[in-house]
Design a protein around this ligand. Structure first.
Ligand code: MG
Ligand code: MG
Length: 266
């Protein structure tokens, strides 16, 4: 069932989203060639617990870690591993927390060291697609307006692959609530957006084919052609005239700017 959040509830979701953003900023500080996903996961998990919250992904349907870390051709749901990261890796990190009964969710894609212009462009366009989707998340519009804006920019304008199998979602007392927020669709379709509807909007955009498959670990989603994928996510609340973004990429971008091992796009 779709329900609209009160301002009190939105404040709690905002609080969780801020902690998610700061956890991702911590990841942005720590990322460098040689670090492992397991190390990042341990640090972020501790950071979340130190702030009186619970890592939302750990144990979710049996997921084994606090962060999803998806590298290069991995799209989403990558399991943090003991493999050292290396120069040229494209690292998508997704984080969720639960605090005072409400979830927050956000994701960011980082580039370690030297990354080709083609990949930086993919990252930039994915982030732009997210912004264009969010710009549609106001009263008077429908879910499909968000979906269409993302697809139009990534697929029609830039020729990238828009993943169909995984979508954004409502969020609040549950990590995943109705409605679904696909990254593709028709303008004017789907449910009407009302003030207080809280959505996680999260384009997953592939350099090549939109087709994906799941690894035998039961989690990791990869591109079928093994080309790179990017993923950015914000939790937002629908407002009368324009969406309010509850998570915060600026704090993550600051950590990227201050980390000379990373190439920034923002
Ligand atoms: Mg997420
Ligand atoms: Mg999400």
């Amino acid at each position: 069932m779709i329900y609209l959040k009160s301002e009190e509830e939105i404040q709690k979701i905002r609080h969780s989203c801020q902690l998610v953003s700061r956890s991702l900023a911590l990841v942005g500080q720590l990322l460098r060639p040689g670090i492992t996903g397991s190390e990042l996961d341990a640090q972020a998990g501790q950071f979340i617990r130190d702030h009186a919250a619970i890592p939302a992904f750990k144990g979710y349907n049996g997921f084994p870690a606090s962060l999803c870390i998806s590298i290069n051709e991995q799209v989403v749901h990558g399991i943090p591993s003991a493999l050292p990261m290396k120069d040229g890796d494209v690292v998508s990190v997704d984080c969720g927390v639960l605090c005072e009964g409400y979830y927050g969710d956000a994701a960011y894609t980082f580039a370690i060291g030297e990354v080709g212009a083609e990949i930086l462009q993919l990252m930039r366009v994915t982030l732009e697609s997210l912004a264009l989707g969010i710009a549609q998340a106001h009263e008077g519009n429908r879910i499909g307006d968000i979906s269409f804006a993302i697809q139009e920019h990534a697929e029609q304008r830039h020729g990238y692959g828009v993943v169909r199998e995984l979508v954004g979602h409502g969020i609040g007392k549950q990590l995943h609530e109705p409605p679904e927020v696909p990254n593709f669709g028709k303008r004017g379709s789907g449910i009407s957006l009302k003030e207080g509807l809280v959505l996680a909007i999260e384009p997953m955009i592939n350099l090549g084919t939109r087709r994906v498959k799941q690894l035998k670990d039961g989690w990791t989603i990869i591109t079928q052609d093994k080309k790179v994928s990017a993923h950015y996510e914000h939790t937002v609340v629908v407002r009368r005239d324009r969406a309010e973004i509850l998570s915060d990429h600026a704090v993550i971008e600051d950590s990227v700017k201050n980390n000379k091992e990373l190439t920034g796009i923002a």
